[in-house]
Design a protein around this ligand. Structure first.
Ligand code: DC
Length: 235
């Protein structure tokens, strides 16, 4: 069985998905973390993100020399991608980078990596493989629309942008990150824009998804809403 939880950054997807998976004895897959792993790899390889911003398809013929080089480097990164997920810890080239992928520098650049067609194809393939013959809760942006359009239950979480920024701010301050609420708010708005307007699998609610606004709800309330939808969908 597949439960798809989609929605914008900070809408509560990962907290809700993780706790529900524990309670229902499902496996949890955080697909955003996979896009973050590829972004971290590209940052480590010193890919120029200023130029990468303009690239959405690695099979395009770019005349510009620097773009050509970036496309070749991104292709190499995807061909040799070595990522792994064990017990909700994330590994890049065998190293646990679970904390590093949450850093602001990754958040600032991940949407531009996630809009590249071949990055999506590669990660969607891995997501389907990972979920084969298991009960899985996946969270992301395109789970109910593209990765698992036949998922048994589809949830679309939304929340006010400032409330989402405050949630992220609290998390990052606890990790001693040097960042302001305003910076996070701007990053969230920018990511919403890139994620929902991109050509490949944009962030949209699947027609048959249930929308839950989490702005004024507690985690428990949202989980209860989803559990009751689950009971109804099983009937
Ligand atoms: O959920 P998150 O904030 O960790 O996701 C990071 C980025 O990855 C997000 O800005 C868009 C992208 N993403 C995506 O395009 N598709 C997914 N299924 C999950 C995340």
């Amino acid at each position: 069985m597949i439960i798809a939880i989609d929605g914008p950054a900070g809408s509560g997807k990962s907290t809700i998905a993780k706790e529900l998976a524990n309670e229902l004895d499902f496996v949890y897959l955080d697909t955003g973390a996979m896009y973050r792993l590829v972004t971290l790899k590209a940052l480590n390889e010193k890919i120029s993100f200023d130029s990468l911003k303009n690239i959405v398809d690695l099979s395009e013929n770019k005349n510009n020399n620097s773009d050509f080089e970036i496309i070749q480097n991104m292709k190499k990164i995807l061909e040799n991608l070595n990522i792994d997920i064990k017990k909700n810890r994330f590994f890049l080239d065998e190293i646990d980078v679970s904390d590093e992928i949450r850093k602001p520098v990754v958040s600032e650049n991940v949407s531009n990596v996630a809009k590249i067609k071949q990055v999506r194809e590669k990660l969607v393939g891995l997501q389907r493989k990972f979920s084969k013959s298991k009960n899985v809760i996946l969270d992301g942006r395109d789970i109910g629309t593209v990765v698992f359009p036949n998922a048994e239950l589809k949830i679309f979480l939304v929340a006010d942008a400032m409330e989402r920024a405050k949630r992220r701010y609290k998390e990052l301050i606890l990790k001693n990150e040097d960042i302001t609420l305003d910076e996070i708010y701007k990053n969230i708005l920018e990511r919403d824009k890139i994620d929902s307007t991109r050509k490949e699998s944009p962030l949209v609610k699947a027609q048959d998804a249930f929308e839950i606004d989490t702005t004024f709800k507690t985690i428990e309330e949202v989980k209860d809403d989803i559990k009751s939808l689950l009971r109804k969908s099983a009937k």
